[in-house]
Design a protein around this ligand. Sequence first.
Ligand code: BGC
Length: 251
Amino acid sequence: MHLLGVDIGGTGIKAAVVDVATGALITPRQRVPTPQPATPRAIGIAVARLAQSLDWHGPIGCGLPAVVKHGIVCTASNIAPEWIGVDGRQHLQEALGQPVALLNDADAAGIAEMRFGAGRGRDGVVLMLTVGTGIGTALFINGSLIPNTELGHIEIRGKDAERRASDAARKRKGLSFAEWAPLFDEYLHRVVALIWPDLVIVGGGASKAFDEFGPLLSAPVEIVPAHLRNEAGVVGAALYAAACLTLPLSE
Ligand code: BGC
């Protein structure tokens, strides 16, 4: 079964048709910059264009960098505040003219890594981090997702952690990955002290440079790069849509 996965980020919107049985991308991944300001209307138009460019007609899974409860968007740290309180699922469904499943972007990435990537077959407490414009978190216990954790917003030295330790913060400060590693490591130490995961998977834009900063991390936990790297969000959104929007094969 093929479904369209869309990963709406603070900086870019990525989309591809995904084979949900294997996690493989069936089309090349398309990417457009996130419109600024990232209002519901502007994002609806951008995602509709992406779906059109892939000639897609069918269910769509969308990850959004926000807490999403039953389709309603509850937070907006890297998108326009107009999203708060909006039925994002309904809104995107109208903009796209297709059934939409909507979830938090880091939860989407985590779902993909647990199914096809670094978390495959891993029990216990697994924490997926997406390190990009913000820091997204997805928490799993024995493979089950605890949705909408927002551990990128814990306070470190009086500041929102993602403002200090995200990849956008690294770029803002003009740091190399090696120079940024201590900031990210401090974040990891704090998160580990709070939830003591068995495994931490690092995804998002920064994951492509894991070789540069991974060996410099000292937090007392197993830390691995995401296997699907920055594609996890697209794959996970499609997997989520398959679970929410399609009938079991037996029916
Ligand atoms: C948002 C999260 C999101 C993360 C990664 C944070 O600013 O609060 O909901 O998962 O960025 O995009």
